[in-house]
Every structure is written in C-alpha cells, then in structure tokens.
Design a protein around this ligand. Structure first.
Ligand code: NAD
Ligand code: DAU
Length: 335
C-alpha cells in the first residue's frame, strides 16, 4: 500500500486530487495532506473524506523542515501542489511566493533526497514559458516567466530538475494550463465571474479581454498527474493541456449566457501589469505515452458553473470578510 504525501491538499487542485485518489484507490492508499491553510486552503473541500482511516491532515508549512522531514520519511510518493498561486497577488506582494514556491519546494526536495522516495512530482505551470503569440511551447523551450508568481514557479521547476540530475531523485515536473472546476477560490477568472454574475455584480475584464488561456477541467489534470506517477519517466517535464484555447471575453460571454445574465455586467478595467497575452502548450509528449483529457469543455464548464450555483454557501463565506477587504484594497473597487 502506497503512501501519498499531498502538499497543498486543501486548495483547489490538491483537494480535487485527494478526491480523485479516493475514487481510484479507496482504502488501498494512504493519503497525508500537508497544508498551511493560507487564505486559499479550505478544509470544507475535504469534509466528505476526512473521517477515512487512510487519510490524515497535517496543518503545517512546507518551508518548515521539522514538519516536512518526518512526513516525507513516511511517503512513497510526494506531490507538491503547495504554492501561492494567484498572479495578481504576486504583483502586489511577492514575498510569500518566493518563500513557499521556491524555498518550500527546496525543503521538500531536501527531505526526499535524505529519505528517498519512489516519485517526487513537482506541480509546475505553463506560465513558466511566458507568453506565445503563435504556436505552442514544447517542454524543451526556453523559460521566460513574466510575473513574480511564474518566476517563482520556474525556480522550483528547475530546482526539482537539478535534484534529478545531481542526486538521481526520481523527479517528474508537470506544466499544466489553466484549470477550472469545483472548489476554486473565487479570485480566479471563472469562479470570480460566475459568482459575481450570480450576485448581479460586474465582471472586471482586464484590458481588451482578448488574452488567451487553454482551459482544462481539474479532473483531467488530476488524472494526468496520476498517469505520470505510473508512466512518466524520471527527470522529464510534461506539458498538460486540453487544447481548449479561449479568449477571456469568450469565457465571459459563455458564463453570462449560461446564467442568462445581461451583457451590461461586463466591465472593462485596467489591465494586469505584465499581463501574458497567450498561453499554449504542445502536449504531444504526454499524448505519446498514452494520455489525453477525457472531459469535453462544454459539458465540464456547464458542470462547473452549476457547481457554483449549487454551492453558494461555500463561496459566499469566502467572498465576505477578509477577502472582501483584500479585494477592495488591492483592486481599488468593490468585490
Ligand atoms: P490554491 O491557491 O487553490 O491552493 C494552494 C494550497 O497550498 C492552499 O491550500 C494553501 O493553503 C496551500 N499552501 C500555500 N502555502 C503553503 C505552505 N507554505 N505550506 C503548505 N501549504 C501551503 O492553488 P491551486 O490553483 O490549487 O494550484 C495548486 C498548484 O498547481 C500550484 O502549485 C499551482 O502553481 C499549480 N498550477 C495551478 C494551475 C491552475 O490553473 N490553478 C495550473 C497549473 C499549475
Ligand atoms: O496557466 C496556469 C495558471 O493559471 C496557474 O499557474 C495559476 O496558478 C492560475 O492562477 C492561472 O493563472 P492566470 O493568471 O491565467 O489565471 P486567472 O484566473 O487569474 O486569470 C485568467 C485570465 O483572466 C487572465 O488573462 C487574466 C484574466 N482576468 C482575471 C481576473 C481574476 C480578468 O480579466 N479579470 C479578472 O478579474
């Protein structure tokens, strides 16, 4: 029976991944969730699995060696999701990004080197390549991250690789495109726009709204990670994407149409500093191993919007109090 150490498991993708592991293995895998519970960590996401005997939650910081070391010693497989993940926050206050995303990854890699693990998966991002106007990035392309967030992720990405080259640690690095699905913090484009529209509040579109992202359903991302744990080659980087490129304005229109809300909710606002125009990854490498996404964009988007309709309690709490104050101070407008 394998023991997974999932860091950042109370966040959006981490909690979906823990659900995915339960569905796949039931009680046949041990799962340890190490999470600091920052504003983005939410144990509500895991209420339905927390009483399982093969699941354990540990509140702690991946930057703290005394926390990380004994947990990595127990683990066969480490999946490092823990990160500060929101680009806008990294523009306003990069400190925690450098600490968690780089130094935290370093602490985990050091513990893995000391104790040995079967697999160490560093969850990187397609943002490490920077923007591309035509074509798609391959895994061998140069990294040109353009925000403090993506630069910190690029640092961890290459640090993980160095542990493979230097210490022979069985590292796999994944670079996935934009995820959507249940339990995403309502500061990211899709949950922010869906929940604002549900409350008849305006949808703040940065710049001309023509920036492009490739949208992948979070379950497909989880499936790809698990596939790579078993079929990926050590020391390799794998792009993950769905080939569903959309301009932000198209996502906005789709949300308004599904919710039957008026166009007048669209509000063009000042652009994000250093805003990457387009992300696009070439996924031929993981496809050649035999993996491809299985959810259709249209259906998974509908399911996602419906999830936010059905879980108002989940997001209404997050959109009040502390986050409301943060949003007002940072964006100079009401949430
Ligand atoms: P998230 O912000 O929803 O969750 C991050 C989690 O990490 C939270 O639970 C938070 O409490 C925890 N955390 C933060 N700092 C920590 C620390 N020092 N120690 C322990 N836990 C800490 O992020 P997400 O969207 O779920 O992203 C997860 C990972 O996937 C990140 O590494 C991100 O860079 C990467 N990624 C995200 C996307 C996306 O579209 N969301 C796409 C590609 C890659
Ligand atoms: O590409 C993968 C990355 O996707 C991950 O590594 C990041 O963790 C994740 O946050 C996401 O980054 P983005 O910056 O692409 O996601 P975000 O949801 O913040 O923005 C998506 C697009 O929508 C982007 O072009 C900016 C725009 N946007 C975003 C917000 C929050 C708006 O126009 N208005 C908004 O209010």
């Amino acid at each position: 029976m394998k023991t997974y150490l999932v860091t950042g498991g109370a966040g959006f993708i981490g909690s979906n991944y823990i659900h995915y592991l339960f569905e796949k293995y039931g009680s046949a895998a041990n799962i340890i969730n190490l999470d600091k519970l920052t504003y983005a960590g939410n144990l509500e996401n895991l209420r339905d699995v927390e009483s399982n005997n093969n699941y354990r939650f540990v509140k702690g910081d991946i930057c703290d060696a005394s926390v990380v070391d004994p947990l990595v010693r127990e683990a066969d497989i480490v999946i490092n999701f823990a990160a500060e993940s929101h680009v806008d926050r990294s523009i306003g206050a990069p400190d925690d990004f450098i600490k968690t995303d780089i130094y935290g990854a370093f602490m985990l890699l050091e513990a893995a080197r000391k104790h040995g693990v079967e697999k160490f998966v560093q969850i990187s991002t397609d943002e490490v390549y920077g923007s591309i106007i035509d074509g798609s990035f391959k895994e061998t392309d140069v990294l040109e991250p353009s925000s403090p967030y993506s630069a910190s992720k690029a640092g961890a990405d290459r640090l993980a690789y160095s542990y493979f080259v230097t210490y022979d640690l069985p590292v796999i690095i994944t670079r996935c495109s934009n995820n959507y699905g249940p339990c995403q913090y309502p500061e990211k484009l899709i949950p922010l726009f869906v929940t604002n529209a549900l409350e008849d509040k305006s949808l703040p579109i940065y710049g001309d709204g023509k920036n492009v992202r490739d949208w992948i359903y979070v379950r497909d991302h989880c499936d790809a990670i698990e596939f790579l744990v078993h079929h990926g080659d050590d020391g390799q980087v794998y792009n993950i994407g769905a080939g569903e490129e959309r301009m932000n304005i198209e996502i906005t229109d789709l949300i308004l149409k599904y919710l039957k809300k008026p166009d007048s909710l669209k509000m063009y606002v000042q652009d994000r500093l250093g805003h990457d125009r387009r992300y696009s990854v070439d996924t031929a490498k993981i496809a050649a191993l035999g993996w491809q996404p299985s959810h259709s964009f249209e259906q998974a988007m509908q399911d996602t919007i419906q999830w936010y309709i059905d879980h108002k309690k989940w997001w209404a709490r997050l959109k009040s109090g502390e986050y409301k104050e943060y949003y007002k101070a940072h964006y100079k407008r009401e949430l």
